[in-house]
Design a protein around this ligand. Structure first.
Ligand code: FAD
Length: 535
């Protein structure tokens, strides 16, 4: 009887692979580890919800299975369940194991959290305790907006730096006298070339190879398992972080916005897939980057840039997600309705930048921030693509994509569809920005220097067309007003040419069929049983 009373189950979600998971900590205070049954679920329904990138699924399931091994080695009882749905798996578990109660940690995402808080206990007919999410710093301290003011990233970030004591001098002022070193950053790669140490890659172990074989067989998925080389354990993720600190952090700041056709990662960390699964901890990353500066091993501009991404942007978008849900998913401030073009599923386009960037996503599920923002979202903004369609594309294909991070970044930051709550102005750029920050334009059929006419880069006439279409709205925003001033240089005949060329381009942009049965990913990125991309 006593043993039955202490039977506790802990349900851990696939993106909560924390060693100090709050539900494990709480359960360990009540029962011995062997009496705590940890449940992890691979749900077929969830896996089939979108045409997910196969490498993303391999990462998730391999990391979950390795985590199960990690917990078993620590003495926990672990049930790793494959089921049609999470509900089915948990009901079956309760029937089989008859726990007295279930502990879990609040999901990072809206629907999952609602399910935990509102339905789970009655579904299982046992008490369910949903503990606060501990994967984000704002669970421990949340900067509030000054009364009546809108919270913008810069204020949020400074408050976080002050609270956590990051990169501050003895008086609490920012090291180097500045909160922001953007003026030192934002460089293009030098034309003479630069040695870029590649990120650490990991050979799949037998467990990962088993997952790869299973995922290669999935029908409703995109891309290919071949070449999977991401970290799937805590120690591998830790090694990837050390590698970044030693080899790429010093140049992270200056080349944060640079783009290259020859290198997808450049000096970026490639840590988001691991952070988002709970294999790395954000404050630890920020503190250890700070230590590199203190030890004279990395310049302040790079370390500040990295800390800003981790404790600034990452936390800010998670905070924004919870401020704006559930409405964020339907936000469409610019009322854009064009479906996503086929090129997003096959990278078949003569535009060099889009071909490279979309190709990288289809192949590996990763591009760095500026390619996400200034190539993909910029194109979709200028082309009037439906925000919900792009949101689903990102969710499906990026290895680090989860709704809490994709919705605010794509719908908010990238497409400015949330009424400017995340970004105070739309990120819009013509080809001259892409030409300045990257090398995609050389060898491209289109000319980045001509605004319209034969051979003009579509980013140019789409950009000017957007300004013409939305002139009054843009002029009303003091932050985007200056861009519109450029319109004063356009003569009426050139305006007409731009409008015509943009309309013709958009008309010809091939659309993918909207029916679920013939989803473009099924044709474009399918994998044969051997894991080879289908011809
Ligand atoms: P680095 O450039 O090395 O940056 C370090 C870390 O900072 C990242 O690992 C990430 O954890 C964090 N970070 C920086 N900016 C952001 C941000 N805006 N939001 C959240 N975290 C940030 N990030 C995801 O984790 N998953 C996504 O699906 C995702 N989709 C995005 C879509 C768009 C349109 C945009 C503009 C940004 C998106 N981001 C997303 C944020 C950012 O682009 C990625 O976190 C980053 O590119 C991941 O690569 P990295 O680890 O090499 O990052």
């Amino acid at each position: 009887m006593l043993a039955t009373m202490s039977r506790i189950s802990v349900w851990i979600l696939g993106d909560q692979l924390l060693l100090d998971h709050p539900a494990l900590v709480a359960a360990s205070q009540i029962a011995a580890r062997r009496e705590i049954c940890v449940v992890l679920v691979e749900s077929a329904q969830r896996t089939a919800r979108l045409p997910y990138q196969r490498k993303k699924l391999v990462l998730l399931f391999s990391a979950m299975r390795h985590y199960a091994e990690e917990l078993r080695a620590l003495g926990y009882t672990v049930r790793y369940l494959h089921a049609r749905s999470v509900q089915e798996a948990l009901c079956q578990h309760v029937a089989d194991w008859q726990p007295e109660r279930l502990l879990t940690m609040a999901a990072a995402e809206y629907r999952g959290r609602l399910f935990q808080q509102q339905r789970l206990s009655s579904l299982l007919a046992i008490p369910v305790e949903v503990l606060p999410n501990s994967q984000f710093l704002i669970g421990r301290f949340t900067p509030g907006p000054a009364s009546g003011k809108k919270m913008i990233l810069e204020n949020f970030y400074r408050t976080m730096r002050r609270h956590w004591g990051l990169l501050l001098d003895a008086e609490g002022n920012p090291l180097g006298g500045l909160w922001n070193f953007d003026h030192d950053n934002r460089k293009a790669l030098p034309r003479s070339g630069l040695s870029i140490p590649p990120p650490l890659r990991f050979d799949p172990d037998p467990l990962t190879r088993q997952v790869m074989a299973e995922i290669a067989q999935l029908e409703h998925a995109s891309g290919c398992v071949d070449g999977f080389d991401l970290a799937v354990t805590r120690s591998e993720a830790e090694a990837a972080f050390e590698d970044f600190l030693c080899h790429r952090l010093p140049n992270f700041g200056p080349y944060e916005d640079a783009m290259s056709s020859r290198n997808a990662v450049l000096f970026h960390s490639l840590l988001s897939p691991y952070l988002n699964l709970g294999l790395l901890e954000p404050l630890d990353l920020a503190r250890r980057a700070e230590q590199r500066y203190a030890a004279g091993l990395a310049p302040l501009a790079s370390v500040e840039g990295f800390v800003r991404q981790i404790v600034g942007w990452r936390e800010f978008v998670y905070w924004q997600y919870w401020q704006q849900m559930p409405g964020l998913l339907d936000a469409n401030g610019w009322q854009h309705t064009r479906p996503l073009p086929q090129l997003f599923w096959d990278a078949d386009t003569p535009m060099n930048c889009l071909r490279h960037v979309v190709g990288r996503v289809l192949e590996n599920g990763y591009t760095h921030h500026i390619e996400r923002l200034m190539v993909i979202c910029n194109f979709c903004m200028l082309a009037g693509i439906d925000p919900a369609a792009l949101h689903q594309w990102f969710l499906s294909l990026y290895v680090d994509a989860y709704e809490w991070v994709v919705a605010p970044n794509v719908i908010g930051m990238g497409l400015n569809a949330d009424g400017g709550r995340i970004a105070t102005k739309p990120y819009l750029a013509s080809a001259s920005y892409l030409h300045k920050m990257g090398d995609f334009c050389s060898g491209c059929r289109f000319n980045p220097k001509t605004r319209s006419g034969e051979g003009a880069c579509p980013f140019n006439f789409l950009y000017w067309n957007f300004l013409l279409e939305h002139e009054s709205t843009l002029r009303a925003n003091p932050r985007s007003g200056p861009a519109v001033l450029g319109l004063n240089h356009l003569s009426p005949p050139e305006r007409a040419v731009i409008r015509q060329q943009a309309a013709a381009f958009l008309e010809e942009l091939p659309l993918y069929p909207a029916s679920a049965e013939s989803h473009p990913a099924d044709a474009a990125g399918s994998c044969s049983a051997s894991g080879q991309r289908a011809p």
